[in-house]
Write a protein that binds this ligand. Sequence first.
Ligand code: HEM
Length: 134
Amino acid sequence: MRNRGIILLVGVGGILGWNAIVRGQGDPLPSPSAPWLTGDLESRFQHVEKHLRGMDMTMVEVGYRYQELYWAGRDEDWEYAAYQLGKIEQSMANGIERRPARAESSRMMQAPVQLLRSVIEGKNPGNSKEPSPH
Ligand code: HEM
């Protein structure tokens, strides 16, 4: 009895899943969970791209995470600092993928990121607690 229930569940799940795949590929109807995404696949992708935005959103994220990184360093919370540094790198890489023209200027981040990583891995803030006098 229990087995029949499981078989029924798997069967219904399979039909629903297949239906979702087929609809996703060809159906131009708006997705019910996101009715702002209308039109054919091409225009839906363009719409999502517009909402994803460019370097400005990357910068808002980097700016936020940079502050979190600063306080993680102050608190000597190295795990959180490493997490934020990784996300900053990921965010920059994604931003450059969207806006390749910024790749050149983004290189200025490489040396500071490396320095930060060695500080974090060494779990030693050194003199980074106080701002440089220069
Ligand atoms: C720790 C380093 C950085 C921080 C904290 C930072 C932060 C910011 C912030 C807060 C903004 C304003 C975003 C907005 O309100 O729309 C901005 C703008 C911008 N930043 Fe950065 N940034 C950093 C490094 C860089 C680097 C390395 C590049 C070069 C790839 C860059 C390129 C830009 C550009 C192009 C804008 C203008 C975005 C736009 O309006 O489209 N930034 N940045």
